[in-house]
Design a protein around this ligand. Sequence first.
Ligand code: ADP
Length: 394
Amino acid sequence: MKALALPWSSAVVALVAAIAMPFAGASLWLAFAVLVAWLASLWLARPEPEIVQVRTEEGSVSRSAMIALVEPFSVPVLMLDQQRIASANAAAREALGPHIVGQDARVALRHPQAVTLLDKPEGMALVRGLTGARSIWQVSRVAIDERFSLIELVNRTAEADISRAHTDFVANASHELRTPLASIIGYVETLADPDAKVDPVTTAKFHNTVLRESKRLQTLVEDLMSLSRIEAEKHEFPREKIDLGQMAQTIGSEVAFTVGEERIILETEPGVVSGDRQQLDQLVRNLIDNALKYGDAEAPVTLRVRRDNADVVLEVQDRGEGIHPDHLPYLTRRFYRSDPGRSRAAGGTGLGLAIVKHIVERHRGKLDIASKLGEGSIFTVRLPLVQQPVLPQG
Ligand code: ADP
């Protein structure tokens, strides 16, 4: 029940005075009448509850109605009374902390761009570092009337990250393309220069270099195209039923034929997955290729496929130097190389593992990289097993 809104201490004084009056000789009726008049005047003089009206162009709304209106918004919204934060919706309390309600907005937002915005009745500003060092918020202020205003905050961090990743990618790709191109142009110019008088042995060497660099360019363009194709299809789950064990066996035998039987150990059992044949083929080849490139040239690479509960597990294990733990989290980034010189010398593009990661994601699988320095690495891919229907016997 709601407490009666009376100034209770004054009421007690009135009561005590009314009780004392008959003792001082006043009649009981007079004391009672004075008490009633006193209490009535206290009741009439009680402070009115604060119902602040916010005037809009259409009329006026109570402040509490306005607060209730912005509460469910998914973007943070603050209501300012002059410069004081009168209320903050759930999204704003989560982003900036519940303590901001009641604070001066210039203190709560405390960034030069935000403070400049708060000096104006309306406007928009991009504020960096409001909720984390890398965060970027678009802060807009709209005046409701001369006293109240709304501040809306839109988180632009993810957009900025994507745009930065795009810029980095274009810069890296251009750099990777420019290096072999510059080398090709340099050698061809020398060969074409009659004054250079290049002897036949050097000419043959130059031709070889031009061919090698052209092939590097071709591989790079092919990898870039693969990556963009896989990314374009990343939301389409591939439906072809593929026996990964059989596929790995075929690829492994083919590679063993080229690099020598002793370099590949095959341990495969059947395991059907739902997949894209070309992409799974590329995934297996990229992992074997890396194991051969970065593992010990004398030691074998093991290619395993086994079923494990609801998964088909593919493992590619090499014996060699291994990978330093510092590099492990970044290996699947585009153009990341733990040893750039070695990767380039081996014809690497720095995109192989990024392609593997995207293929695994499209197949709703999981990629794990485990490595021990001085021992070697194991790249493990888990894909969901497709349960084959059991055919009736006989
Ligand atoms: P690259 O074309 O350079 O091989 P990848 O994306 O396939 O590019 O691999 C990225 C980097 O990860 C390589 O440059 C190499 O430093 C490291 N790496 C990949 N596989 C292995 C492995 N099996 N053993 C050691 N390092 C590896």
